[in-house]
Design a protein around this ligand. Structure first.
Ligand SMILES: [Zn+2]
Length: 313
């Protein structure tokens, strides 16, 4: 095997970002690379090039009507894709489809055995729903990867763990009644932060009741609160023995983010990655795919994601 950790980066992936001083700007990719290279991490990973997801791949999670809507708005670059958080820009379709393609590239490398674990910095767009954009997220790469792991690779239990400050509502509601998706999400309480969902009582619907774990934390919570919640995430995953682990490691839960109020240290992100690698190994497959997610303090995202890459190795 090549180096067992794959990192998907490249100029095409960097294009996913919104203009005019939007918090999710296109400079986030470079902000990650600066810290990643400063720590010499590129010497310990295999670098993969992203590709654009096909129209059919997007339809694994999204409705054709929504995908067509994004394609139309992408040509004019005018207006918003949602109520006002996620602006259209020229080429937004290609940029968003490349985020999805990057996450598919990473999960395919893991399933082919050419990588054991992988990281994609500009990815983990967990707010996008099956038929709508939301919260800076156009296409939900997490949702597409989960669907493809089942349809193309025949997996039947997939773990999705989310430590972004915001609740992963696009993934939660996308799979709310689906028992194949083992979901665990630590986030800032919806009383103080967008999108307002993710109450502890929400554990899934119908056949999926009990497969979803939502752990809201009060604004201002730090590492101690994270550790307590994290132990419950690990227990939840152990119970269902997922065959593949996804980690949405949004860096906006790190202290000093401009739009959220959690106060984790970047070391928590590293620990999360490391613990999931250990768990995946105990479960006999070793498969962990980490997706960058949010994070609007550039220094924080460089640190937290570099810790994740180091944790994956
Ligand atoms: Zn977030």
């Amino acid at each position: 095997m090549n180096n067992p950790v794959a990192v998907v980066i490249g100029e095409r992936l960097a294009r996913y970002g919104f203009p005019d001083g939007h918090p999710f700007g296109p400079d986030r990719h470079a902000a990650f690379l600066r810290e990643f290279e400063a720590r010499g991490l590129q010497r310990n990973v295999q670098v993969l090039e992203p590709r654009e997801a096909s129209y059919e791949e997007l339809l694994a999670f999204h409705t054709p009507r929504y995908v067509d809507f994004v394609r139309e708005r992408s040509q004019t670059g005018q207006g918003f894709l949602d109520g006002g958080d996620t602006p259209a820009f020229r080429g937004v379709y290609e940029a968003a489809a490349t985020v999805v393609g990057a996450s598919i590239t990473a999960s395919d490398a893991i399933m082919a055995g050419t990588a054991r674990t992988a990281f994609v910095p500009i990815a983990g767009l967990h707010h996008a729903g099956r038929d709508h954009a939301a919260g800076f997220c156009v296409f939900n790469d997490c949702g597409v990867v989960i669907e493809l792991l089942r349809s193309r690779h025949g997996l039947s239990r997939i773990g999705y763990v989310d430590i972004d400050a915001h609740h992963g509502d696009g993934v939660y509601f996308g799979f709310e009644d689906d028992p194949a998706v083992i979901f665990a999400d630590i986030h800032e309480d919806g009383e103080s932060l967008y999108p307002g969902t993710g109450k502890a009582a929400d554990t899934g619907r119908a056949a999926a009741v009990g497969t979803k774990l939502n752990l809201p934390l009060m604004a201002g919570s730090g590492d101690r609160a994270f550790q307590g919640a994290w132990a419950r995430v690990l227990e939840h995953l152990e119970r269902f023995e997922p065959q593949f682990l996804l980690l949405q490691c949004g860096a906006d839960s790190v202290e000093g983010d401009p739009i959220t109020h959690l106060r984790f240290s970047p070391a928590m992100h590293g620990q999360a990655a490391q613990d999931l690698v250990r768990l995946a190994s105990r479960l006999g497959h070793g498969r962990v795919l980490a997706l960058g997610g949010g994070g609007y303090n550039r220094s924080n995202l460089g640190k937290a994601w570099s810790e994740v890459v180091a944790g994956l190795a």
